[in-house]
Ligand binder design. Structure first.
Ligand code: UDP
Ligand code: MG
Length: 343
């Protein structure tokens, strides 16, 4: 984290954003839409400049799309990007960011766990000159002890694996400036961990503490299984530490194996055992086998990621938009080099 002092000379006060973009990924949030609508309607009256809201429907199978499309028909500030299927939270957020045209862009969850009132504080920090203002959670109301513990562990682990500047106890709830977003959009990796990528992009960053509320309706789309997958993606897409760890593990196991070999030889020479050491042999074989398989597995994880990346597929596909007239600010590689661009 930057200290305010190190940022001092970098901080250029700037005017209130004339256009503020809210980017909200949604997956089966039908139960949440009415709450979201009333909260945002009120919020938009408080904002001094203009506001646009980009709702990304991430292949919901419930009434989400119908509700937000109807909302968009009544309110031109509501823009809907409908993805062709479920691409996951990180890709859906990326899609929303690619369509954002605001001077400042806020990424938040649909379930109102991130209170919109905090956005005013974020804008104040933005006006001071900060390019990234992230919401830092104080406590989690309504989350079980297990969710809290896993989140706590997650952030500590991620910090050592992903990026030393990765802020602790933050989700994706943050405001980013146009210049930071331009930087972020140059990172088109397939396996995405937005918070880590934003930390990598840099620029003056600051936290705004807030109390994370409970979900207003519906249920979490991040059960433990997804949380672990997310942590694994974050770790292996940002750091080669797991690969290095397998080298260390291999070294330790090899030393252990050497020691066993010496022991076996001495036992043979001096006739220490009446019965040859069956158990030590079994231990050796299983330990070595396990360590080898694990290292190959980790290697395979990285090869798989390289393979996915080498295919260079677009990060998401859009099947339809509502209220969006301007073309997307960023084009994915695949669509970028159209015939006309070559001429
Ligand atoms: N989400 C999404 N695609 C997915 C899963 C989740 O767009 O595949 C959205 C979801 O609708 C919500 C946000 O990502 O707006 C965060 O999800 P959730 O609130 O379930 O996660 P939690 O807050 O429990 O970590
Ligand atoms: Mg949530």
């Amino acid at each position: 984290m930057h200290t305010p002092n190190s940022n001092g000379p970098l901080l250029q006060p700037r005017p209130y954003p004339s256009l503020l973009t809210l980017v909200i990924p949604m997956y089966n949030e039908g139960a949440v839409v009415p709450h979201l609508r009333s909260v945002l309607d009120e919020f938009m009256t408080e904002v001094k400049g203009e506001t646009e809201v980009i709702l990304v429907n991430d292949g919901s199978t419930d009434s989400t799309l119908a509700q937000i499309a109807a909302w968009a028909r009544e309110d031109p500030r509501i823009k809907v990007v409908n993805l062709s299927r479920n691409f996951g939270h990180q890709s859906a957020s990326t899609a929303g960011l690619d369509y954002a045209s605001g001077d400042a862009v806020v990424l938040l969850d649909a379930d109102l766990q991130d209170p919109v009132s905090v956005i005013h504080q974020m804008i104040a920090r933005y006006c001071e000159g900060y390019d990234v203002v992230y919401g830092q959670r104080l406590i989690r109301q309504g989350d079980g002890i297990f969710k809290r513990l896993s989140a706590w562990l997650f952030y500590r682990l991620m910090r050592s694996l992903v990026h030393k500047d990765l802020p602790l106890d933050t989700g994706d709830f943050r405001l980013i400036s146009r210049s930071c977003l331009d930087g972020l959009q140059q990172l088109r990796e397939t396996h995405r961990f937005l918070r880590g990528m934003i930390a990598w992009v840099g620029y003056p960053q600051i936290a705004v503490p807030y109390q994370r509320a409970a979900r207003v309706a519906g249920e979490t789309k991040y059960p433990l299984r997804k949380m672990l997958t997310f942590a694994w993606t974050a770790a292996t897409s940002f750091s080669a530490l797991p690969l290095k760890a397998s080298v260390w593990l291999g070294l330790i196991v090899t030393l252990f194996g050497l020691e066993e070999a010496v022991r076996a030889m001495l036992a043979h020479i001096f006739h220490w055992y009446a019965v040859p050491g069956w158990s030590s042999l079994t231990v050796l074989v299983s330990v070595l086998g396990g360590a080898t398989l694990m290292s190959i597995g980790i290697l395979g994880e990285y090869v798989g990621k390289i393979y996915e990346q080498a295919k260079n597929r677009p990060l998401y596909l859009v099947s339809r938009t509502f209220n969006i007239v301007e073309p997307r600010k960023h084009q994915d590689g695949a669509e970028f080099m159209t015939q006309s661009e070559y001429r």
